[in-house]
Design a protein around this ligand. Structure first.
Ligand code: ATP
Ligand code: MG
Ligand code: MG
Length: 406
């Protein structure tokens, strides 16, 4: 089923793509969640056509996309059929059918970033092996396939010990912490057992979590966004502060590590690099996303070129935009479902109503058909003169009383 899509043929990307030719190109996006939705929003400004492939008829991106093929991005025949309609393929989620993308690439289909990148990233263990081979600093890690292996890892790395699923992980679903040897079995069980493919990471005693978005154009040019601080709650991104409050040297180190990590991967697009800052001033890589990312949502209001526009520029072959901030500070707050169903909607709407009365606050609502606890339903971005002022404004939004803030 293809919704709302004209019948004209897909144009390929040529070496001299320019803005006039851009409206002829259809960018195919595997996945139609909030990232796909915000890609569609950025695309409309430059008349780029975005077609999405997502099994849900009511997915977030559907109402804004140029076309929506309602089907699975994990099914070979479907992805092949979808590719025929697009000039270039990209992703908003890395858990896609990578074998098919590799096959399509061999047939000359344009996939950005490259399928090789998605293959490395979609398995977190393979990702860790790849980055350690490229000399990127990481928490120590090892594969485990039975309880004896987990115990050996515990003896080697100590506790707490982070156990992770290799595949299909997001929002911390796929992570379990064992605080002692006795807790190993229950942590493994919580992750669905060893057959799912597990590995362990040494606990990273971080003082802050940082993230850097790196963009690479089709010509290999690279730009980095300012380093941000991410704050997670229950393993889910909760707040992002930009710029991060870290010394100049840390800023430089984080940017260098991020750029080096992305330099080891192939293809065009934006890449988000999640990092740990330890108390002794080390930067360790946590993971990389080969696509726009939650740590970059504030770029819509706070940077000259948002991560979404940048991703489209990169995959389509336009010059990359300026990633620097156009506001002194910004804070992004994720609106997570606090309850299932109607009760959750009521709470979220009260929060949004308060945000709408605060200067410098922008509300993004993803229009997901179902409200679920801990689900990312929208976000609020605050921009202003300093992080301190924005933290106060965020507190006003989060407090139950309605304030008029000036
Ligand atoms: P995402 O939604 O970012 O894709 P994910 O499910 O892939 O999340 P991770 O990024 O691996 O999960 O971990 C989520 C959070 O758990 C991290 O942001 C960090 O707060 C914590 N965490 C992960 N690995 C470690 C570690 N080795 N030591 C300490 N904390 C960790
Ligand atoms: Mg992840
Ligand atoms: Mg993560």
């Amino acid at each position: 089923l293809v919704l709302a899509c004209s019948s004209h043929e897909a144009s390929p990307i040529s070496e001299d793509t320019h803005i006039k030719g851009v409206s002829e190109i259809i960018v195919g996006v595997l996945g139609g969640g909030q990232l796909g939705r915000m890609l569609c929003q950025a695309a409309s400004q430059m008349a780029i056509k975005v077609m999405i492939l997502d099994p849900s008829k009511n997915c977030s991106a559907s109402s804004l996309a140029y076309g929506h093929m309602v089907d699975s991005f994990d099914d070979s025949a479907t992805v092949e059929e979808f590719a025929k309609r697009c000039g270039v393929l990209t992703v908003e989620i890395e858990h896609v059918d990578v074998e098919t993308l590799e096959k399509l690439e061999k047939q000359g289909v344009d996939v950005q970033p490259k399928a090789s990148t998605i293959r490395i990233i979609q398995d977190k263990y393979i990702q860790k092996v790849h980055f350690s081979r490229h000399g990127i600093p990481l928490p120590e890690f090892m594969e485990i396939s039975d309880i004896e292996g987990a115990e050996r890892a515990g003896e080697l790395f100590g506790y707490p010990l982070m156990i992770k699923s290799k595949r299909l992980a997001y929002d911390g679903r796929g992570n379990a912490v064992a605080n002692s040897q006795d807790a190993l079995t229950s942590a493994v069980t919580a992750l669905g057992g060893f057959s799912r493919g597990l590995y362990v990471e040494k606990w990273a005693p971080f003082v802050k979590e940082l993230a850097v978005i790196v963009a690479r154009g089709r010509d290999g040019s690279m730009v980095c966004y300012p380093v941000v601080e991410t704050v997670h709650r229950d393993n889910i991104c909760h707040i992002v502060k930009a710029p991060a409050d870290v010394p100049w040297k840390i800023n430089k180190l984080a940017t260098d590590v991020a750029q080096k990590a992305v330099g080891s991967l192939e293809g065009a697009g934006v890449f988000a690099v999640e990092l740990f800052l330890t108390d002794d001033g080390q930067i360790l890589l946590n993971e990389v996303a080969p696509r726009p990312h939650n740590s970059g949502h504030q770029t819509i209001e706070s940077c000259y070129t948002s991560q979404f526009e940048q991703h489209l520029r990169a995959v389509v072959g336009l010059p990359l935009g300026d990633p620097s901030m156009r506001t002194p500070a910004s804070i992004m707050y994720n609106i997570l479902g606090e309850d299932d169903g109607e009760a959750g909607f009521r709470l979220a709407h009260r929060l949004i109503a308060r945000a709408l009365s605060v200067p410098g606050a922008s509300v993004h609502w993803y229009d997901k058909p179902e409200m679920r606890k801990q689900r990312k339903m929208g976000h609020i971005t605050l921009v202003g003169q300093s992080i301190g002022v924005l933290e106060q404004r965020l507190q006003c939004i989060l407090s139950e009383q309605t304030h008029q803030v000036h």
